[in-house]
Write a protein that binds this ligand. Structure first.
Ligand code: CA2
Length: 149
């Protein structure tokens, strides 16, 4: 059984409470429950963590080294700004799938840039909460096959 960390960044604790036209009506708790149950159906033991603080996210990435087999990361707005998060992912050498609820490429120009993508196996965006399930499937394929084929 593989282990994966679902890591959510700033403001994602507000999912389902505001801006449903952009982020849907699914709460973070529902997203996390979905990930745990989908993970168990595909042989991944899922743990979840959310923080609004960059340093806490970096600490969680460091702690994943040696404990987890991969990470699903929605870094929120830090996606577009944080070289520190990018460096943390690179330093732990764990496969990471980047997720966004919204299609960041169809939004403001500043959301088109992702530092996270530079160290990701791949990026999933625009599918709402289902993107996390897709990311877990992608991580499982990557862990089981060792390639994107
Ligand atoms: O689409 C995504 O998942 C984002 O990572 C969400 C971030 C945004 O800064 C990224 O560009 C794209 C923002 C998360 C804010 O989440 C909220 C949820 C509900 C209500 C208000 C904010």
């Amino acid at each position: 059984m593989h282990k994966a960390l679902i890591l959510n960044g700033p403001n994602l604790n507000l999912l389902g409470t505001r801006q449903p036209e952009v982020y849907g009506s699914t709460t973070l708790e529902m997203v996390e429950n979905l990930c745990v149950s989908h993970g168990s159906s595909i042989g991944i033991d899922v743990s979840c963590f959310q923080s609004n603080h960059e340093g806490a996210l970096i600490d969680a990435i460091h702690a994943a080294k040696g404990d987890q087999d991969g990470i699903v990361l929605n870094a929120g707005a830090y996606t577009h700004t944080s070289i520190a998060l990018m460096d943390a992912i690179a330093s732990v050498e764990l496969p990471m799938i980047e997720v966004h609820m919204s299609n960041i490429h169809a939004r403001e120009d500043f959301r088109h840039v992702s530092y996270i993508s530079k160290v990701a196996v791949g990026q999933i965006c625009g599918f709402g909460a289902r993107g996390y399930v897709m990311a877990l499937d992608g991580l499982a394929a990557h862990l089981n096959c060792g390639s994107t084929a």
